[in-house]
Ligand binder design. Structure first.
Ligand code: GLY
Length: 584
């Protein structure tokens, strides 16, 4: 096994392999038999083991998805939803699986508003009403059945073992438990899973202990999740029905019910995965495939690439003020369109063809001034017919048969709603916040939305998740993606520019400082590492520049000839790319 990135990963007694190139500072892992990259070394190892046992990339991805639900509880999940792109070697086709959560049947357009029509703070993020019908179990089991080669029980076995035997909490996870303590300890069923009694505290059962008697898990301690292990075993035995019907479904519904029933048994029973056509673009000859609506990710990624194609970015250089200015201006225009047009295509007409057309992009980019930032308040959607949460997660897998998976899934905010369905170990999402509670009112990511993304029963909330597969000459080249809420789309954009325009290897591409603009609020967010004179040039163009926390935790795999490369974002020391050697 070969492994890359991460202090925590390196302490796991595995060899760190580097490849040599005189021009490069950062180096991806390389291997000849396949590659897995995820945000948690234990989950990447699960995926690599499945590849080693003869499973294909889809088998490995499904096993990683279940394992992350155990070892990355703040983002990996059974109680959330997401999107998976599958490139199937056999059919040489790419499929887009939409397992985004849906609004329950009791949901209404005004459910998060008070009598005077104002948004009720927190109702869409930290209450039983914030929970949408989960899609992850349906999505992962669908992928395994449709494109996998191993029995589902084999793919769940490693996750069951990690839940049952426990795993060592990393410093990163311990910090998340501590930071989110006040949200988690509100729910008795959550206390049972993620808290311990203090040694000299009063005798109490965990779910009823006062806060003063409890503590969260520290780095180096072992976290066991027996309830989650039982839930995973039920899914291994019964498939998705084990989750959406029977005891687990009943526990989800009962946990959320107090006086009213925000979710019903039939909401769970009726949940279905949607198979969609990937959204496609060509950027400087490379085919870019990503997720269509209800994610806004793919559409606006391709829209921005189309706008940027008209500029000689490689001449301007990576990290130059001119390149950053153009990224910001194209993002400003794209995010204005996002707020106006994007929603669930099963409920509203999304002008996807217009938004991703090169002609439309040329019209928009003709208004970009090379030396002047536009004011966002002067930008409206075109005629196409801080919250510091990064708590989504992404994993990418390639096998040597030519299968590729790029998957982003989420609970929305850190640990989702914070509510564990009683006795199941399943943390539930707070994805209802991704709807627009009221036109013009920002969500937790500061994103604005309109009536296209209004709440309706059965509808899927708009997302920014942008799993990407790139093809060169029709062959898989790169699979990538990231968490980061609103910043996902611009983060993935910069990985594409770094690899195509600036010809970086994937580890270098991940290491570069990132920038972000989302139209409203009107400022240019940057990471530390952009030089002061570059910042001054950006200010001279009229940008308000703010240095803020890091953005994204990208997980990328790449195939070049017969070799595979992997890189896990250095922004998260828990992540790892792990390769396997060819068995021949
Ligand atoms: N929950 C964040 C997103 O879907 O974009």
């Amino acid at each position: 096994m070969l492994i890359s990135q991460g202090v925590f990963a390196q302490s796991e007694n595995v060899a760190v392999t580097r490849y040599d190139n005189a021009l490069e500072i950062f180096h991806p892992v390389r291997a000849s038999g396949g590659m897995v990259a995820s945000e948690q070394v234990l989950a990447s190892q699960v995926g690599a083991d499945i590849l080693q046992q003869g499973g294909n990339a889809i088998d490995a991805a499904v096993a990683v998805g279940f394992a992350l639900a155990v070892v990355l509880p703040n983002a990996g999940n059974l109680g959330g939803g997401g999107f998976m792109l599958v490139r199937e070697a056999k059919s040489a086709s790419t499929y887009a699986l939409d397992f985004r959560e849906t609004a329950p049947s009791a949901a209404t357009r005004e459910m998060f508003l008070n009598d005077s029509g104002q948004v009720i703070p927190g109702k869409s993020t930290r209450t039983p009403y914030s929970v949408a019908v989960p899609g992850t179990v349906a999505g992962l089991t669908f992928a395994a059945k449709q494109y996998g080669s191993l029995p589902l029980a084999r793919l769940l076995a490693p996750a069951i073992k990690l839940a049952e035997d426990g795993f060592i909490v990393s410093p990163v996870l311990a910090q998340q438990f501590s930071l989110q303590r006040k949200h988690l300890e509100r729910w008795p069923s959550t206390k049972e899973v993620f808290f311990k009694r203090l040694p000299d505290s009063v005798d109490c059962i965990l779910s009823e202990c006062p806060s003063s008697s409890l503590t969260t898990y520290s780095a180096g301690e072992r976290l066991l999740q027996p309830d989650l292990a039982r839930t995973l075993r039920t899914i291994a035995r019964l498939g998705a029905d084990g989750f959406y019907k029977g005891e687990i479904a009943k526990r989800i519904v009962d946990t959320l019910s107090s006086t009213t029933r925000p979710m019903s048994l039939s909401d769970l029973e009726q949940y279905r995965v949607a198979q969609r056509e990937p959204v496609k673009g060509i950027y400087r000859g490379v085919e870019v495939l990503s997720m269509p609506a209800p994610s806004s990710g793919g559409v606006h990624l391709i829209q921005m690439l189309n706008m940027l194609e008209g500029f000689p970015l490689s001449e301007y250089g990576a990290g130059s003020a001119q390149t950053i200015h153009l990224i910001a201006e194209s993002a400003r225009l794209a995010y204005a369109d996002r707020a106006e047009y994007l929603g669930d295509p099963d409920f509203v007409k999304v002008p996807q063809r217009g938004l991703t057309s090169k002609v439309y992009a040329n019209r928009l980019s003709a208004n970009i001034q090379q030396n002047r930032a536009t004011l966002s308040k002067q930008v409206r959607a075109g005629p196409a017919g801080d919250f510091e949460s990064e708590q989504t997660t992404h994993f990418s897998v390639m096998d040597r048969m030519g299968n590729v998976v790029s998957c982003t899934y989420t609970l929305n905010l850190n640990f989702g709603s914070g509510i564990v369905a009683r006795g199941t170990g399943v943390l539930l999402n707070n994805e209802m916040d991704d709807f627009s509670a009221k036109p013009g009112a920002p969500n937790a990511f500061g994103l604005l939305g309109g009536s296209a993304n209004a709440i309706e029963p059965g509808k899927r909330p708009l997302s920014s998740m942008s799993p990407v597969i790139m093809l060169k000459d029709g062959q898989p080249w790169i699979a990538t993606g990231t968490p980061g809420g609103a910043r996902i789309i611009t983060t993935v954009l910069q990985i594409i520019l770094n690899t195509i325009d600036f010809k970086m290897n994937i580890a270098e591409a991940l290491s570069m400082p990132r920038v972000h603009h989302q139209w409203m609020p009107d400022y240019l967010r940057i990471e530390r590492g952009i030089s002061p004179d570059t910042i001054q040039l950006l200010k001279d163009k009229g940008h308000e520049v703010r240095v803020m926390p890091t953005m994204g935790r990208v997980q990328t795999v790449q195939q070049q000839g017969h070799m595979f490369f992997g890189a896990s974002d250095p922004r998260n020391p828990d992540g790892a790319a792990i390769g396997i050697e060819s068995m021949q």
